[in-house]
Design a protein around this ligand. Structure first.
Ligand code: FES
Length: 151
């Protein structure tokens, strides 16, 4: 915030940095940002909940976001969501109990030309089939977590 001179118009940049530093945007963090940038808390909360890349809860080690925008939806995003939920055993908007996976949806990544599109661990993947996505997620699930010692 100091780098941006506490300017209210730097809100999105500040929220990005806060999420990068803390992993997610907690209510206390949003309140602190609102106070420091002299913005109403409702405005800060509104921005944080509008953009899909902001998270208000801790995320899993791996994240999968499935686009449910129109282009992706007509090309089978609903089937992708069902496959992902089945593969990792969690419903959209949730994180697995072991903290390994978070599954989310979004309205459009701006990658409609490669619909249906998903973002897995920050990487956009296009023309995805339910079978491809299941395989990708199951491979990640089988890989050791960063907390586990490597053999
Ligand atoms: S609708 Fe999915 S990327 Fe645009």
């Amino acid at each position: 915030m100091k780098r941006n001179q506490y300017r209210p118009d730097a809100l999105i940049e500040v929220l990005h940095k806060a999420q990068e530093l803390f992993g997610f945007l907690s209510p206390a963090l949003l309140t602190s940002v609102a106070r420091s940038l002299h913005l109403p808390p409702s405005r800060v909360y509104g921005v944080a909940t509008f953009y899909h890349f902001f998270s208000l809860a801790p995320q899993g080690d791996h994240t999968c976001t499935i686009c449910l925008g129109t282009a992706c939806y007509v090309r089978g995003a609903g089937d992708l969501m069902a496959a992902a939920e089945d593969a990792i055993g969690v419903s959209v908007g949730k994180t697995t109990a072991d903290g390994r996976f978070s599954l989310a949806s979004a309205r459009c990544f701006g990658a409609c030309g490669i619909a249906p599109a998903v973002i897995v661990d920050g990487v956009v993947v296009g023309h995805v089939t339910p079978r491809d996505l299941s395989a990708r997620l199951l491979t990640l699930q089988a890989s050791p977590s960063e907390d586990e010692p490597h053999p």
